[in-house]
Each structure stands twice: as C-alpha cells, then as structure tokens.
Design a protein around this ligand. Sequence first.
Ligand code: PLP
Length: 396
Amino acid sequence: MKINKNYQNIEETYLFSEVAERVRKFMAQDGSASLIKMGIGDVTRPLCKSAVDALIKASEEMGTESGFHGYGPEQGYEFLRDTIADYYQETSGVKLFSDEIFVSDGAKSDLGNILDIFDQDNIVAVTDPVYPVYVDTNVMAGRKIVKLTATADNDFLPMPYPGLQADIIYLCSPNNPTGAAYDRTRLEQWVKFANANGSVILFDAAYESFISDPEVPRSIYEIEGARSCAIEFCSLSKTAGFTGTRCGYTIVPGGLVRDGIQLRKMWLRRQTTKFNGVAYPVQKAAAACLKDQGLAEIRENIAYYKENARIIADTFTELKWPFTGGVNSPYIWVRCPKSMKSWAFFDELLAKANVICTPGSGFGECGEGYVRFTSFNTRDNTIEAMRRIKELYSEG
Ligand code: PLP
C-alpha cells in the first residue's frame, strides 16, 4: 500500500487557526474587550422565508406515501435545473440547456471533484492571492501550478501574457479575497487565450449575485466563445445564505470538447458514479430562492451586505487607504497603513480597536501588506468597527 505522497506537499494554512489563536491570547489578557469580527467569510443573515417555507413543505411531503422521494437524479431534479436556467436567462441573458447544469452540495466540492476529469499532466494557473482550494486540490493531485500575480498594478486582475503556459486556469470573479471583478473586455481576453491554446477556464462565480456594475459579467458565458472553453461553478451559499444548507451548481457546456470528447459527458459519468444527489427539500428550497418572491427576499439580504460593504469602503476612502472590492463583492481588500505587514496590522487592529480582520498574506505571497474585510457582520457592528478604525487612524 502506498499513500498519496502529494499530500505531504500541501502547505499547512494556519490562517484561520492562527487568527483564532491570536484572538484567544488577546482575550486572555483583556477579557472585557468587545470584539467585532470583520474577517468572517460566512454569511450571517437567516434563510429567507420562501426557502424556509419550501424546506418545511418538502419535508412534510417526504413523510407521505405520495410525496416521498428516494434517490433523485444525480444531476439534480429537473425543476431546479430549469429554475437555474431561467435565473441565468434573467440575470445574464445566457441560454443554458438543462443537461449542461449539474446540481451539487456546493461549489467547493465541485471545484475539487472536477479535477477527476483532467489528466495529472496539466499545468494549472491560479492567481496570487487565491482561494486556497484551487491550489490544495491540485497539489493533492500532483499538478504543476503557476501563479498569476494580482497586484495594484493590474487592478488585482491578472491577464494572460505572451508565453503563458496554462492548461487549466482558475478565475474567480468577483474575487475572494480581493473583491476585484473582471469586466467584459478583460474576460474576453481570457476566453480568447483559452480557445487559442486549448486550455479550460474554471470560472468560480460564487459571488456573482453581488455584482451591480453592468460592465461586469455575472457569468463567463456572457462572453462570446466561453461555451467552448469554460466550466462555471456557482452556489447558493452567498447568494441565498446556504452555507449551512448546501446547494450549488456547475455548468459544463455541450460545446466544451477536448480530445474529441465532450467534457459534459465526462462530468456526467463522474457524477453518476461518485455522487448521489442533493436532498429533495434542499433542492426545493434552492428553487424557491431563485424565482419570484424568493428572489426578492434574497436580494434584500444581498443589499444589506452591500450596504455594509459601502460603509467599509467609504471609511477607507476617507482614510485614504488604497483598497479594492466592496462594490461588486462582499470583500474589501485594503492596503495596510504605514506600510505595515499583514499580521502586524492585524495585531494592532485587534489590540487597539478590538476589530478582527483577515491577514492578506494568508492568501498568498502577493497578499502581504494587505488585509481582507468582509461585509457579513451586522449593520451596527460594521458601523461601530469603522468608527473605531477612523478614531484610531484619522489624522489630526
Ligand atoms: N468559491 C469561493 C471563491 C468561495 O469563497 C467559497 C466559499 O467561501 C466557495 C467557492 C465555496 O462555496 P460553497 O459553500 O458553495 O461550497
């Protein structure tokens, strides 16, 4: 028996455990401090009423002979796939076919599982800073990774460059952690590159529902040519507060063919072999969120977070701290003042303002000197955290 030795090459990310440890130590010294967590990546608003009603109704159905559901289709129930197709049509003007949509228990699983259909011998391009899942899942599989640096010089939106070799390209827009989002023109260049080179773009649209700028595509399929080079991942986690309820979806267009094989067919084969579908009540709740009354309700929650993001962004504008994000994203990526390093600023903010952020260096080398704030706290806490920061750092 031989273990997968690639696991020994995964870098331990101490990021969130180190944050927790520093907070614990701080509280041990000053137990009365009223901490505000501005680093949280999880949503906090409760599920909308339409989702809860659908969960209850579907659960009750499951307790009846006529309404009981056993194994469902691995690809997801047709009612949900049709609703997702309608959602794309409405929000992006994109036409999807039902057999291109695969329902799952969330984007993270699919982002990892999709690698089953690719050979080990592929060069993978990720951005730096990066959502660590893209890196770790490929290290586990022993793939070579190239990093595309995301800095203020390129608006935190890395672009293809002459000589770039990349078979699998991860793009996350709006981005976690930077909050930056690709506009149409920039995304067109990536699609052109991928089609010209036979690469596949893995497009993570987990934060698409935060986009308000019409120049920022909510789906990569808004770009001509994307159907022959891109797989899109999305989920209801941030869109509808499903981080604990679990439902996502992946789009593999019929036009995406490599080595004469439709990747859609490979993914279908993979899913039918290794996955047995998402709970019926959860799929009912997901469908309820993506239409009519449910859509109006989830948009209220998103508007709430976006207003928090605006409050944070306004604070950094006032303080003249360079930042990105916060407009089409719940994340604000801000340069630490006084050229401080990420962890030094984290410590200072914790000690002097009792505010917790996430050190940018935990997302990659290019994150050094930055921290990430999120808009997922309550309005009152967001306002209070910004008040403390302004009090501490305003000049004069
Ligand atoms: N993709 C990105 C960029 C994320 O930030 C997250 C979660 O934070 C996910 C995917 C995972 O989403 P899900 O809850 O659908 O697994």
